[in-house]
Design a protein around this ligand. Sequence first.
Ligand code: COA
Length: 186
Amino acid sequence: MALYPEYPLISDRLRLRPFTRGDVDAVYTYRSRDDVARYLFDVALSREECALAVQQRIGQVALEKDGDKIILAVELLSTGSLIGEVSLTWHSADARQGEIGWIFNPDYQGEGYATEAARALLDLAFGPGDIHRVSARCDVRNGSSWRLMERLGMRREAHFREHAIFKGEWDQEFVYAILRREWLSR
Ligand SMILES: CC(C)(COP(=O)(O)OP(=O)(O)OC[C@H]1O[C@@H](n2cnc3c(N)ncnc32)[C@H](O)[C@@H]1OP(=O)(O)O)[C@@H](O)C(=O)NCCC(=O)NCCS
């Protein structure tokens, strides 16, 4: 089933909305940082690379076929500041599998905003999206990310050791997941 959500998604403190051209500076403030990029597949981005990333994200608002992504800007309702982004990737339309991800500006970390935004995206995935299972993965050293997965009620399903090269070294990766019925019964 394709998913064409109605935006914005609103939670207690946040607005999740499609990216716009005006978001480049806000995205640059966090995507240009080495500490933010440390466990991402990307390196820290230049302003031009941020502009390109934002341009791509503007069209990433619906799931129509395998591999499509929804990537949303996360804004504080109180100020309108863009504080980060969350993503939902459709891996298998047949088996209704999704993958969730997050990147937040360090100035706004430690407040539960990423958890709140991820919950809003999981409500979309398991509600209107009718996705069956949502997974997430991270480097095992990325404690902020896997603690977030556990706060969401996701289960650690895998600990891969040296199954890929990450930034020039053997990786170690956790995979977490939650099923639709588990999310709905929480
Ligand atoms: C991963 C990332 C999004 C987590 O951000 P975060 O701010 O730690 O996550 P949350 O917004 O859910 O906040 C949780 C923290 O705030 C605290 N907190 C404060 N108020 C809270 C609330 N109302 N609800 C939940 N947590 C709250 C929690 O105790 C927790 O702290 P802890 O991790 O020290 O235990 C962030 O570290 C990040 O963007 N990293 C760089 C990019 C990256 O690595 N992305 C993931 C790639 S796999």
